[in-house]
Design a protein around this ligand. Structure first.
Ligand SMILES: *[C@@H]1O[C@H](CO)[C@@H](O)[C@H](O)[C@H]1NC(C)=O
Ligand SMILES: *[C@@H]1O[C@H](CO)[C@@H](O)[C@H](O)[C@H]1NC(C)=O
Length: 306
């Protein structure tokens, strides 16, 4: 009996529409993924399973009138501010049907706060909860840290599923920073400054492999590594631990103890002026994420404090 139903089912599947259509789906995402106050933001409505002409209806929850209607799959917000926070809907219509996607825009300003990592731990960390859509050929990471650790520790660890050391900002010992791209390290020597916080920026561009490093706002001699490499996605980004696997594989002996703040990441290079602006939490270029809008999740014992 079951066999008969199965036969009928398979038969029905074959006798169905001659060319079965892939169902139309819509996905909504933001570029950059975390908005920065007074910077441009795009909401992108990506449609799969349909190549015909489409109409996009853009709406925001609580707004009585649609924001935009027409062939445009992008909603542009030229200068993001808190009035733009809310849930957006994109409804795509074509001859093949309809698909709906939603996205919630929010903002989370950590200016004048720091993460405190109170003690050595194998688990405690801050995860940057962000879905990076595009692989990186250029990037810059800036952050400030304050610690009296003299053993090795990790500040910023970006892993992909293929490579747990896509990007790593590591301090092997006082007076040294180790920067890693695609598992290849480079060391910069800096003054030993106990009792003072240290601001660093680290940039890399694939086309030349050139690495830029700034210590307390001052550019260090440039070096290079991993020319032609591409930093992969999806990314798992962690502060205060070194990932030896995607989202894990931490070593307490490399955990950070102290304070981390003013964390920024761009998918571009940076100028000396841009570095100084980041030091004062007023970035001139739009970051992928930054301290004025930091998407994070605390895991274990870490505190956000003024
Ligand atoms: C926020 O942006 C809207 C336009 O998108 C503008 O009308 C409004 O004045 C802005 N508000 C502030 C506080 O800048
Ligand atoms: C990366 O940087 C190089 C040189 O600064 C630039 O020419 C290129 O367009 C950038 N690529 C991307 C994808 O931003």
């Amino acid at each position: 009996m079951e066999g008969l139903w199965l036969c009928l089912f398979i038969l029905a599947a074959f006798l169905g529409p001659a060319a079965p259509q892939e169902t139309m789906k819509a996905e909504l995402w933001a570029q950059p993924p975390a908005p920065t106050m007074y910077h441009q933001l795009m909401l992108i409505c990506e449609v799969t399973g349909d190549r015909g002409p489409q109409e996009f209806l853009w709406e925001k929850q609580g707004s009585p009138v649609p924001l935009q209607k027409g062939p445009d799959s992008i909603l542009l917000i030229p200068s993001f501010n808190t009035t733009h926070v809310g849930t957006y809907t994109c409804t795509v219509t074509s001859t093949q049907g309809r698909a709906v996607a939603t996205y919630t825009l929010w903002t989370n300003d950590l200016t004048s706060s720091v993460f405190v990592f109170p003690q050595e731990s194998q688990t405690a960390h801050v995860q940057v909860t962000l879905e990076l859509q595009l692989p990186l050929n250029n990037f810059t990471v800036c952050l400030r840290s304050f610690t009296d650790l003299t053993r090795p520790y990790s500040l910023f660890s970006y892993a992909s599923k293929k490579q747990s050391n896509e990007i790593l900002l590591f301090k092997p010992k006082p007076g040294q920073y180790e920067l890693v791209v695609g598992n290849k390290p480079l060391v910069f020597t800096v003054p030993i400054s106990l009792g003072e916080s240290e601001h660093i920026c680290f940039s890399w561009e694939s086309s030349t492999g050139i690495v830029g490093f700034w210590f307390n706002g001052k550019p260090w001699p440039r070096k290079g590594l991993q020319k032609g490499y591409t930093v992969g996605v999806p990314a798992y980004i962690v502060l205060g631990q070194d990932q030896d696997s995607f989202g894990g594989g931490f070593d307490a002996q490399q955990s950070f103890v102290g304070e981390i703040s003013s964390v920024y990441m761009w998918d571009t290079g940076i100028s000396n002026l841009g570095v100084r602006s980041a030091m004062y939490d007023s970035p001139d270029q739009t970051p992928i994420f930054g301290w004025r809008n930091f998407p994070y999740k605390i895991v274990g014992e870490v505190y956000l404090k003024p």
